[in-house]
Design a protein around this ligand. Structure first.
Ligand code: FAD
Length: 529
């Protein structure tokens, strides 16, 4: 099995290896593309994934961090999506301990919302029947308050408890990509597909890729492939312009607010109804902080970045203040925000929330596109996409979404299996976990402020994980940028000290990277000015 260190040498080697005939070329390095790469590589296919920005730059680092059935989709009768999702949740919980972990949810019931509570109770029963796993129960008022101390208590009757799971979305993408590389695949970030190569009769038979790192030569290459898969999520329609495909997507923006845990100290996730329109929102304990989301709004794509609007800040804050009124949070308590785009297929539903979350796969002049779906069902999406192209692939392989895609970490030290730090790092790094602990200085194996991430993760990521910019490191590898106040800038000197050997940036480069990071953070992860 190939060992994978994604450093500068890897970037140069991968670029020089691109000139060959591929079985599968995947455009897009979010969770959908990552899943396709991983499954194709497992079957011994020659597969390469090309990502225009950083791995997981798009929606796959900006989700609500849930591996879930999507209980709110039951309201719109999306039973197939929910059934598929809860089954995948169960499988991911079994296979990726430390990365996908169980999360207790509570739906509090209030006197004035008794009908909603009844509906929710039915939904929760159906949820468990679809899994199938009986894991819900009713809680009395005391137990609800114990789990959710800041909850509004007037007219509170009790609550329903059910189970889902949480994940670090960008770490999931990286783990699936790295295991895909170990299975023999290739992938490169900062490699943008700028055009499609076509045969004389107009069939897509390759892509034109341009280096965005500024470090590779030649800057542009043409690659040929038997199958070209467009897995660019919200950008799918842009890539489809190359085959004159008309618009098919309805990009829907969803935004989140992050608070310090001590400001919203919840021990379980909460499903809450917005006082204005009754939409279901979540408050989620994530990485020792509290996440509130999400909105669901039509979005016009003008640029790659997405950011929250003041309207959304007010909307989410109103829900938080309504649901947690014992010591209400204010705008000043928000430590960061982030926004992503759901790559939903447009069916012209009356409201964004009524659009189906199901995925679709289709072909246009040889270009295969896959869009819609969810992070939770990435393996179903990947297997469906590859089965769609089966006839074009050598040996006509059949793909099963139930086959494992994680390479399990091994340890000879049995005590490690009980050590929470080892379990967390094994979830993030998989097979690399033992090397991580061997390489890391003992004094760097401590938590960064109050979040679970370790200082040593910074050096590891800088050295092994395809980091090109400071924002790759702080927003997607070790997530200081969204989990700490002011994007963690108070720690930049220490970050520099820990990573400068691996990154080999000059002082001028550090200055440029810090200034780039601060401006990306201010524009896209702070409260709008
Ligand atoms: P993306 O992650 O957007 O990846 C597409 C990639 O393609 C991008 O990285 C982009 O840079 C790249 N790209 C674009 N153009 C090119 C090009 N020309 N060349 C090369 N690369 C290119 N799902 C869940 O299961 N659980 C949740 O809790 C959840 N919460 C969500 C919350 C929000 C607010 C949103 C918006 C979605 C949520 N989802 C959730 C859905 C889930 O996040 C998405 O379905 C999933 O991340 C989409 O992944 P993707 O790979 O298709 O797209």
């Amino acid at each position: 099995m190939k060992s994978v260190t994604l450093d500068h040498k890897w970037r140069i080697d991968t670029w020089s290896n691109l000139d060959q005939n591929w079985d599968v070329i995947v455009i897009g390095g979010g969770i959908t593309g990552a899943g396709v790469l991983n499954m194709a590589a497992q079957k011994g296919l020659k597969v390469v994934l090309l990502e225009a920005n950083d791995f997981a730059f798009g929606t796959s680092s900006r989700s609500s961090k849930l591996v879930h059935g999507g209980i709110r989709y039951l309201k719109n009768h999306q039973f197939d999506v929910v059934r598929e999702s809860v089954k995948e949740r169960e499988r991911l919980l079994k296979e990726s301990n430390g990365l996908v972990d169980p999360l207790r949810f509570i739906f509090p019931s209030f006197e004035e919302y008794q009908n909603e509570s009844k509906m929710m109770r039915l939904g929760i029963i159906l949820y468990d029947l679809l899994a199938p796993k009986w894991q819900h129960r009713s809680l009395n008022k005391t137990n609800v308050i114990k789990a959710l101390p800041p909850l509004t208590q007037a007219h509170l009757l009790g609550g329903e408890e059910y189970c889902d799971a949480r994940v670090d979305d960008s770490r999931l993408v990286l783990r699936i990509i790295k295991d895909g590389l170990r299975f023999g695949g290739y992938a490169l970030n900062y490699a943008k597909v700028i055009g499609l190569c076509k045969s004389r009769i107009g069939q897509v038979e390759g892509v034109i890729v341009q280096d965005q790192s500024g470090k590779l030569d030649p800057k542009v290459k043409e690659l040929k492939g038997k199958v070209i898969i467009n897995a660019t999520g919200p950008w799918s329609d842009q890539v489809r312009q190359g085959v004159n495909g008309g618009p098919k997507l309805r990009p829907l923006r969803g935004s989140h607010l992050l608070f310090l845990h001590e400001k919203l100290p919840i021990r379980a996730a909460v499903t809450m109804l917005h006082p204005r329109d009754g939409r279901a929102l979540f408050a989620i304990p994530w990485e020792n902080q509290t996440l509130i989301g999400t909105t669901d709004l039509d979005h016009e794509m003008k640029e790659d970045e997405t950011r929250i609007t003041q309207f959304e800040v007010d909307y989410l804050l109103e829900a938080a203040q309504h649901s947690f009124n014992t010591n209400p949070v204010t705008q000043e308590d928000i430590i960061s925000t982030f926004s992503g785009l759901r790559p939903v297929i447009n069916t012209n539903a009356t409201t964004p929330s009524k659009e189906s979350r199901a995925h679709q796969i289709w072909e246009e002049n040889g270009l295969i596109s896959v869009a819609g779906g969810k992070l939770t069902i990435f393996r179903v999406m990947a297997a469906d996409t590859l089965n769609f192209c089966q006839a074009l692939l050598p040996g006509n392989p059949k793909f099963d979404h139930r086959s494992p895609c994680f390479i399990s970490p091994q340890t000879e030290k049995r005590e490690a299996l009980l050590d929470p730090q080892w379990i967390m790092m094994a979830g993030k790094l998989g097979k690399d976990v033992n090397e991580f602990f061997n390489e890391s200085d003992a004094d760097q194996l401590s938590s960064i402020e109050s979040i679970p991430s370790l200082w040593a993760e910074l050096n590891w990521a800088a050295k092994h994980e395809a980091v090109l910019h400071l924002d790759d490191l702080l927003l997607r590898r070790v997530r200081l940028g969204i989990l700490l106040k002011n994007g963690g800038i108070a720690h930049l000197e220490k970050v520099k000290h820990l990573t400068s050997n691996a990154l080999k940036w000059s002082n001028d480069q550090w200055k440029a990277e810090i200034s780039r990071y601060k401006s990306i953070w201010q524009e896209n992860y702070a409260i709008p000015k």
